[in-house]
Design a protein around this ligand. Sequence first.
Ligand code: AKG
Length: 302
Amino acid sequence: MSTSAAPHFKPFNLALIQLGRTSSDKPSNLRHAREMILRAVEGQNGTKPDLVVLPECFNSPYGHVHFPNYAETIGFTPGKQYDISASSSESVKMLSAAAKEAKVWLVGGSIPERDETDGKVYNTCTVYSPDGALVTTHRKVHLFDIDIPGKITFKESETLTGGTTMNYFDTDFARVGLGICYDVRFPELSMISARKGCHILIYPGAFNMTTGPLHWSLLQRARAIDNQVYFSMCSPARDLSAGYHAWGHSMVVDPMGKVLAEADETESILHIPIAPETYTEARAGIPVTTQRRFDVYPDVSK
Ligand SMILES: O=C(O)CCC(=O)C(=O)O
């Protein structure tokens, strides 16, 4: 991950698509996602979004058993131009075309990705510029392996492999850090992204009915406050007929920890203006970013 100077943080409009109706039919999932991207860019009160976000694993039913069956080869190499027309990934092609048609930055949630070189399957976020270029990817680093007896057991590592890189991208209005869902529980990832100059951290996610009410909001507010950045997670809508019941509640938190917008559990689109002043004022008023004591904890100063 390079550490070039971050772009100047300017006001921008964010839209989160809390997507519903994800089924076992991938083409129908892709069609619906495309329609919702185009609906999101119609904007709200005359304001159009600059950046649109989709949820985690939006092209497949949620569950580690499904991921290998829905996996697509992407073949992105950081620093190299990606040829969309040569891509075998139908999801990448749809997302690229939708970003281009809508002329918007697009954090394309995540999709299961099969890497041709190692045969492994990753949970991968892809990001597109308004001209449809695939600019970066993020492979979920921390796999969701939990066991809360009587409540929820999930073992992504049975079919998925964790990514090994941190990732962000630059737009003309902000530097945006990436993570996926369970990654939010590891403060180190957000901390390093913030220290690399990210103004907002965006994590497509899909919490559940046990940890959602307990931790979804708390974790985002914690990551926002301890790094003094905007923090946002975009979830699928809840579908009680599906095998996995997502918590929903897609959300944006400001650098003071205030929840700016929160969906309920149904399909919806949130439109949120992002103001650089709150970022600057939080850092000026509570100057933790300049008060760190790396002499006391040098192992996290890298
Ligand atoms: O951390 C949690 O409680 C939920 C995480 C999750 O659902 C995921 O990583 O997919």
